[in-house]
Design a protein around this ligand. Structure first.
Ligand code: ATP
Length: 453
């Protein structure tokens, strides 16, 4: 996509997200808070479905992974030991002409001269390091002794709790600890909608192993993670695996892959899969003075485990899911005339609402009562939306725009008025093909459960 078309395409997505309740600018009525986003009624469902599926695949469907949920406020010594206090920074430059604050890698270069991407200005300050962590103070005394940080990644609480979790879970290597939660980075330039935010969520697994297993597990987790994205509807040909070159990798990492997605604004990182060696546990052992070693009973050996970390962004994946699902096609309006239809083709597994139920007419009591019976039948098993207002075509279109994969309509045939054989059957409409099939009410639960699993 050329830059102009890409930006128009993103504008349509951002506008749909607001119009249909996926994502709003945070503090919008006060002018907005840069780099922070609020998820609306539909967005929160999509986000939860994504997190639940990650948890299911990474924790519940495995014998070798347990979960945890750590605090966001973090002791400064944790982040000093991990290297974040000293080194978690981006090189930053100011443009003296337009006063923009820029990341060094955002500058453009023309004829060997660096320029501001906003105004073309060449009067730039020297690069200086800008630490991305948010600092706060615990309690009433706002001095050095009360400093705490909002965690810049979820990983560190996993390392710090390694020993406790090892003891309570009684796992043997290799095993993993998973966590989903908020992380905070004071990004110099939040941009591309939610892609780079200052407050975001991560889904991280720290998978501990023997040193000789590290490189093999790096390959294994890269493949597992690709399988995850395919399972939620992101096709393999839109995903790219970048082997991060030596000079860009953290010094302690023996290998890192970035899993990238073809966003409309370019190919960009969704997730990093990194073999972090025994760096983090060793640092915390040194700094805390507490042993973080593992005793291998069979080998009669004590050592600090190595770790492979698949670290994904919730918000970036939500954005990728929306970009991937967005489509425009043609559908007939009320009078049979073809019109443009906006549809989000989400995989049913992550679709915010699984099924909408409509009585054909809202002023026909038996139709309404039957439709509500169906809602009661399905609601304990999936998120259902009931809608009786407006023409049926319009109701379908509203669901298409939020990606509801199935629509059930209760009509006069359901009441057996036209053909007694059709009593207690409904039409089931599929979002993408718009095909309708006649289904017995008693078969609905099994049929839908199979398709959304
Ligand atoms: P980037 O290079 O884009 O800044 P990163 O390599 O610093 O990302 P990691 O530290 O590896 O990111 O974090 C793991 C994941 O967390 C990323 O792949 C991304 O999905 C997510 N993430 C990191 N920073 C942000 C952010 N500012 N906004 C949204 N998601 C983020």
């Amino acid at each position: 996509m050329n830059p102009k078309a890409a930006s128009q395409h993103m504008d349509k997505i951002v506008s749909l997200c607001k119009r249909r309740g996926f994502i709003f600018q945070s503090s919008e009525i006060y002018g907005g808070l840069n780099g922070a986003w609020d998820y609306g009624p539909i967005g929160v469902e999509l986000k939860r479905n994504l997190k639940n599926y990650w948890w299911r695949m990474m924790v519940h469907e495995r014998e070798d992974v347990v979960g945890m949920d750590g605090a966001i406020l973090t002791h400064p010594e944790v982040l000093t030991a991990s290297g974040h206090v000293g080194g978690f920074s981006d090189p930053m430059i100011d443009c003296r002409s337009c006063k923009a604050h820029l990341r060094l890698d955002q500058l453009i270069e023309k004829k060997g001269i660096k320029q501001c991407p906003n105004c073309g200005g060449k009067d730039l300050t020297e690069a200086r390091q800008f630490n991305l962590m948010f600092e706060t103070h615990l309690g009433a005394a706002a001095d050095e002794s009360s400093i705490a940080y909002l965690r810049p990644e979820t990983a560190q609480s996993i390392f710090v709790q390694f020993k406790n979790i090892l003891e309570v879970s009684r796992k043997k290597l290799p095993f993993g600890i998973a966590q989903i939660g908020k992380a905070f980075r004071n990004e110099i330039n939040p941009r591309n909608f939610t892609f780079r935010s200052r407050e975001f969520e991560q889904m991280e697994l720290e998978y501990f192993c023997r040193p000789e297993q590290g490189m093999g597990l790096l390959e294994y987790w890269k493949e597992e993670r690709l399988r995850f994205y395919e399972n939620i509807g992101i096709p393999r040909d839109k995903l790219h695996v970048k082997a991060v070159p030596d000079e860009e990798r953290a010094f302690y990492s023996k290998g890192t892959y970035d899993i990238e997605y073809d966003f409309p604004f370019g190919v960009q990182e969704l997730e990093g899969v990194a073999y972090r060696t025994d760096y983090d546990l060793s640092q915390h052992q040194k700094a805390s003075g507490k042993s973080l070693e593992y005793f291998d009973e069979e080998m009669k050996q004590k050592f600090i485990p190595h770790v492979v970390e698949p670290s994904a962004g919730v918000d970036r994946t939500v954005l990728a899911l929306i970009c991937e699902a967005y489509a425009e096609d043609e559908a007939p309006d009320e009078k049979g005339k073809m019109e443009t239809r906006i549809v989000l083709r989400f995989h049913p597994r992550i679709a915010p609402i699984k099924c909408a139920v409509f009585p054909l007419l809202k002023n026909k009591e038996p139709l309404v009562a039957k439709a509500k019976e169906i809602v009661d039948l399905l609601r304990p098993h999936m998120y259902i939306f009931y809608d009786e207002s407006g023409a049926i075509g319009r109701r379908y279109r509203r669901q298409d725009e939020i990606g509801t994969p199935f629509g059930i309509t209760v009509d006069f045939e359901t009441m057996g008025e036209k053909d007694p054989k059709l009593r207690d059957t409904v039409t089931l409409r599929e979002r993408d093909s718009m095909k309708q099939e006649r289904v017995r009410i008693s078969d609905l639960l099994q049929l839908l459960s199979m398709r959304i699993a």
